[in-house]
Write a protein that binds this ligand. Structure first.
Ligand code: NAI
Ligand code: MG
Length: 339
């Protein structure tokens, strides 16, 4: 690891401009040797420069040891030449695995602490739609290679999580192979084959609709879920809803290379942007994931404990029923994490 690692900040649009500075402030307090850089991306950037992800931003992203990404706003109905920066970054940096943890709010039941490992490089997000007589066909791509590599990440994560929690590792493969017999059949088969090399992990499988039902009814039965792109997107928002809402949900995008991108799951939240009341905890939990990725486990544990304490005792932003500002919550977390 670089002795002075670089973290590239891409705040983006809307509340991204509020929560990424908060995340950077706490990160630098915990790891003062980190070098922070910042670059533009998103809709405002597109309007200014004609590109949502200018070449200099992409170049900095390639060189950075990690990226903290806020959110970008998509133009309604699209704009000619606009393409989503986060999708481009995932593709260009080959960040094929999207890790989305969700855990129950302190003191509330049902108790759960789970991780959704979402395939990030193919599936229904191929971006390939072609016209047919009365509509369009969207291509949904499933390859053996991508299925195997996402399964490997999921198995490694299951072992890591089990070490931290003291539970027996458990992996649930989620698919729709009863209908998508060939494509999801392949995904299922490759996941099972990879998981067979991890005898310590208890492996089971669920159809995605059943998985949604069980997530809503009994999320505590899950530890790690591995699934394809669209299913993972939807199930992780469901899990985020159970876990206190989008203001709390972090994510990581990782690949085989060292570099990785960390981002809150939420978008630019135009309804609250500019008022200084966005919840910074999703972005701060994304910093926890960055610290874990860098194996800074002590700092990660301190920050996580500080976030849990603020969740229990406040201060809380309005999305959690409080009246605190982004700045007040950030300050409270930082003070506890350093203490
Ligand atoms: P959103 O996540 O921006 O907002 C959904 C709801 O959650 C809103 O009521 C918002 O106020 C609330 N919320 C989100 N983040 C919050 C926070 N930190 N604290 C408190 N409340 C928070 O989703 P929406 O409204 O569907 O999309 C808005 C824009 O964001 C769209 O242009 C969309 O395309 C974009 N988007 C971008 C993403 C990204 O860059 N990765 C991800 C999701 C959406
Ligand atoms: Mg989503």
């Amino acid at each position: 690891m670089n002795p002075e690692p670089t973290v590239l900040l891409l705040p983006g649009d809307g509340v991204g401009q509020e929560v990424i500075p908060a995340a950077a402030e706490v990160l630098i307090a915990l790891l003062p040797h980190v070098r922070l850089q910042q670059a533009e991306a998103g809709w405002a950037c597109f309007q200014k420069h004609g590109s949502a992800l200018p070449p200099q931003t992409l170049a900095l992203a390639r060189e950075a040891d990690a990226i903290l990404f806020g959110a970008t706003q998509s133009p309604m109905g699209g704009a000619p030449g606009y393409s989503s920066p986060i999708l481009t970054l995932r593709k260009e940096l080959d960040l094929f695995a999207n890790l989305r943890p969700a855990r129950s709010l302190p003191g509330l039941s049902p108790r759960f602490d789970l991780l959704i490992v979402r395939e990030n490089s193919e599936g229904l997000y191929s971006g390939r739609e072609r016209p047919i007589e009365d509509g369009f066909v969207a291509e949904r791509i499933v390859t053996a290679r991508a299925s195997r590599r996402i399964a490997r990440v999921a198995c490694e994560q299951a072992l890591r999580l089990a070490t931290r929690s003291g539970r027996r590792p458990h992996l649930t493969i989620v698919h729709k192979a009863n209908v998508l017999k060939r494509s999801d059949g392949l995904f299922r088969e490759q996941c099972l084959a990879v998981a067979a090399a991890y005898p310590d992990i208890r492996v089971d499988e669920l159809l995605v609709d059943t998985a949604a039902m069980w997530l809503a009814r009994d999320p505590g039965r899950f530890q790690v879920i591995v699934t394809s792109n669209l299913f993972g997107d939807i199930l992780s928002d469901l899990a985020a809803g159970l876990a206190g809402g989008l203001g709390l949900a972090p994510s990581a995008n990782i690949g085989d290379a060292q570099s990785a991108l960390f981002e809150p799951v939420h978008g630019s939240a135009p309804d609250i942007a500019g008022r200084g009341v966005a919840n910074p905890l999703a972005a701060l939990r994304s910093v926890v994931m960055l610290l874990r990725h860098w194996q800074r486990d002590a700092e990660a544990a301190n920050l996580e404990a500080a976030i849990e304490r603020v969740l229990r005792e406040g201060p809380h932003t309005p999305d959690l029923g409080g009246d605190a500002t982004t700045e007040q919550v950030t300050h409270a977390v930082k003070t506890l994490a350093l203490g």
